[in-house]
Design a protein around this ligand. Structure first.
Ligand code: NAG
Ligand code: NAG
Ligand code: NAG
Ligand code: NAG
Ligand code: NAG
Ligand code: NAG
Ligand code: NAG
Ligand code: NAG
Length: 526
């Protein structure tokens, strides 16, 4: 098939000037047939894939077939077809900083001696200057061990209206059998295109914009008008021009933003492009939040890198510097911070129960399920893995098949069990790592706090004597004393009166209590 094509394209160049229309027509028809075969044959994979030519960095990244597609593109672009030979796939091979670079010899200073200050805190991180970081952006994707062709299941005619598709236990088991070519559930099962009649629906104009984002995405979301928009700081002009900053909001939040006159017809607030999401798939806003957090590779099918940040956080370092430091320099396709003190899933689960993060029975069920599958408490035997508990408010990743697979399977656990994703992280990671030599980077919580600054949720701000100014970013400094996402708990520490805590509780009775104080905040809990 391909051979034949190679012959045809010179034909176009040769005959077209002579107006051999018949020949040209023949070429066109053959080309159409060729494309049809290439795309239709790929079936399901096709449905969720980005347009031709952008797939080089996508799921098909390691496939011979993708080179074929690239060749077709090139030929179409008018280059001489006779020079086209399918080149071997090119991968990013990593780099080491030159000797003498300040970041090469950088070592973390010891933690503060003062015991009282060993809690959550930022620590120094050695970034390269932003121009250098930009220059180091790989021009090829990283190799994706284990899986090179990842397709997403959709069930258009399914009776089940669920967003996640409720994979059966058999399908779940199968999805962990990592192999070169696989199809998995990954949200959006109802439609052929994420965000288009799938639940988590997005206007076509926004979808188009998202599809045209080919480089780096920075994304966040506010559902239920819980948070204020925080503007990224210290962003280079290059990043302002080239990075897609997208803030997903629900209709309720959009109304709130419009009323507070932050939002006008441009749908931009500072660097953020505001994307309104309709038909949120879940009743629980925490579950809805996991859709953009874990499925950015589906929402931005052509993006190469993404940085997710929870809306309570303000980004204060350029995204290219973050990607360089945590992905490229580390030669990994996925980076996430560790929880600042807990590293064991069983301990984490108990802490979640004690802090009423979710109902005890559901957490117990999930933990029991994982125990039967072989999840063990963290021990030094897991080294070089240093933690089973992520602090997932920031996720840094490259969109390649294996990291996309990890994100899909993590999402499926959150969909099946509790939305506490720090409970399901390790089992998904370990299952994938048992089948491939893929690794991810778990960096220090204090390093994360170097590039994102924690603010308060909106209704905390409204408790204060003076209301927050519209921009609200000014008053998020300095961070509150110890408002860590999950309050400290161990047998002898009483649950801290974390300022975040009331927001995280869902029981509807509490919801009603809060209704009196924050009318608008409550919608999703009712
Ligand atoms: C390329 O696609 C064809 C179908 O179009 C398929 O039969 C073949 O196995 C694919 N090759 C690879 C290497 O995946
Ligand atoms: C980066 O990882 C790839 C495999 O994915 C490996 O071939 C390469 O040698 C690594 N580079 C460095 C600098 O470690
Ligand atoms: C990882 O596995 C791939 C095959 O899946 C192999 O080609 C590669 O050399 C391995 N890399 C390392 C660092 O072991
Ligand atoms: C789960 O999948 C593995 C292959 O990864 C297979 O060997 C095993 O039998 C499956 N278990 C069940 C219960 O289906
Ligand atoms: C809009 O904001 C004003 C205060 O700025 C408030 O009184 C009013 O209720 C708000 N309207 C809506 C629809 O939220
Ligand atoms: C910008 O970065 C510099 C150092 O890189 C830092 O001192 C400063 O606080 C940052 N600005 C903001 C608003 O965080
Ligand atoms: C849930 O479990 C925690 C710790 O195991 C306990 O402190 C708490 O009282 C339990 N909550 C309920 C509602 O039973
Ligand atoms: C908790 O108790 C253990 C022993 O029971 C003790 O070593 C530790 O210092 C205590 N921690 C705090 C914060 O009180």
């Amino acid at each position: 098939m391909f051979k034949e094509k190679e012959g045809l394209f010179p034909g176009i160049h040769k005959f077209a000037p002579r107006k051999k229309v018949g020949m040209l027509l023949l070429c066109a028809v053959s080309l159409a047939v060729f494309l049809w075969v290439v795309f239709v044959d790929k079936g399901e994979a096709q449905e969720s894939n980005p347009p031709i030519g952008n797939r080089l960095f996508q799921e098909a990244g390691q496939k011979d077939n993708s080179t074929t597609i690239e060749s077709v593109e090139r030929t179409n672009a008018g280059q001489s077809a006779s020079t086209v030979k399918p080149p071997p796939p090119v991968y990013f091979k990593g780099y080491t900083l030159p000797r003498g670079n300040p970041c090469e010899s950088f070592t973390l200073p010891p933690p503060p001696a003062d015991k009282k200050r060993t809690g959550p805190r930022p620590c120094p991180v050695c970034y390269l200057p932003v121009e250098q970081a930009i220059a180091l952006m790989p021009d090829a994707p990283s190799f994706s061990p284990g899986v090179s062709n990842l397709a997403y299941i959709h069930e258009e005619n399914s009776e089940k209206p669920e967003f996640g598709g409720y994979p059966s236990l058999m399908q779940r088991n199968d999805s962990y059998d990592v192999r070169e070519s696989m199809s998995v559930h990954c949200g959006f099962v109802k439609g052929i295109r994420p965000g288009h009649q799938t639940g988590f629906d997005i206007d076509d104009s926004d979808l188009h914009e998202m599809e045209s984002c080919r480089g780096v995405v920075v994304a966040s979301a506010i559902f239920g008008a819980f948070d204020l928009i925080r503007q990224p700081k210290n962003i280079s002009e290059y990043a302002k021009k080239n990075v897609c900053f997208h803030m997903f909001v629900d209709e309720q939040t959009e109304v709130f933003l419009r009323n507070s006159s932050e939002l006008d017809g441009s749908m931009r607030i500072g660097l953020w492009r505001i994307v309104t999401v309709h038909n949120l798939p879940y009743d629980d806003p925490r579950r809805n939040g996991k859709v953009p957090k874990l499925l950015l590779h589906r929402l931005f099918p052509n993006a190469r890198y993404s940085l997710w940040i929870d809306a309570k956080l303000e980004l204060v370092v350029d995204p290219y510097q973050i990607l360089e430091r945590f992905l490229w320099r580390k030669n990994v396709s996925f980076a996430i911070s560790k929880h600042y003190r807990r590293f064991d899933v069983f301990v984490e689960a108990e802490a979640n129960k004690a802090a009423a993060k979710f109902d005890n029975a559901s957490i117990d069920f999930q933990i029991e399920f994982y125990k039967k599958e072989g999840l063990t408490p963290y021990s030094a035997a897991k080294l070089p893995i240093t933690s089973d508990v992520p602090e997932g408010c920031v996720v840094v990743r490259e969109h390649i098949p294996v990291s996309n697979l990890f994100a899909c399977l993590w999402f499926n656990e959150v969909d099946r069990f509790t939305p506490r994703d720090q409970i399901s992280f390790a089992i998904v990671r370990d299952k994938i790592m048992s089948k491939t030599n893929w690794t991810l980077n778990m960096f220090l919580d204090c390093e994360r706090r170097n590039f994102v600054v924690q603010g308060y949720h909106r209704d905390i701000l409204e408790h204060w004597s003076s209301p927050p100014p519209p921009g609200a970013t000014e008053i998020v400094h300095p961070p509150p004393p110890v408002p860590d996402e999950t309050p400290q708990t161990s047998s002898n520490i009483t649950t801290s009166s974390s300022v975040n805590e009331p927001l995280k509780k869902v029981p509807s009775k509490r919801g009603r209590d809060r209704k009196k104080r924050h009318r608008k905040v409550i919608g999703n809990f009712a």
